[in-house]
Design a protein around this ligand. Sequence first.
Ligand code: ZN
Length: 187
Amino acid sequence: MTTKEKADLIKASLTMREILGMYGLTGNNRHNRIPCPIHDGKDRNFSFTEFGFKCFVCGAEGGLVHFVELYRGLSFEAALEEINGHFRLWGGYPELESAESSRNQHKKDSAFRSRRAIAKLRHDRRTAERKKEKDEKRRMTLLEELWRLDANKIKYAPESEDEPFHPLYVEACHQLEYQKYLVESIV
Ligand SMILES: [Zn+2]
């Protein structure tokens, strides 16, 4: 696995609370505010969400892996491994392969966690692809409409001053600017 894949897997499968839990930092806190473990503060200035944290005193902020980097003084790669050492999201632990029953449950939990995370990554990717396809279709529909209006504006333009306006010419004059705006807004 690449570093990025590992980081994505962590983001997809863990929450900030679980990361703080690795170091016994959340206790039974229900308001997502604790004394800052980074600058070792006394008041509850460290606020966290599912995805990250921010300290209003020392200004430390970031995502799950960055917290471990700061709190443990590790490099990004070392922080990924530290998290994996706890949650076992990917392989590289030969002792797990030959594990006895006491470890089997942990192994199953870990396999389940990984499968769930990978399924989520795939789902997110498919959703993004589908959105792209949909945007592309919409863009084509808007472009075709723009071309139709543009062509009508020329085709049905009055040839003399006293000729009554053709309804398609009127429509084109009314709609063309808005249609251009729609096309530009989606590109
Ligand atoms: Zn702080």
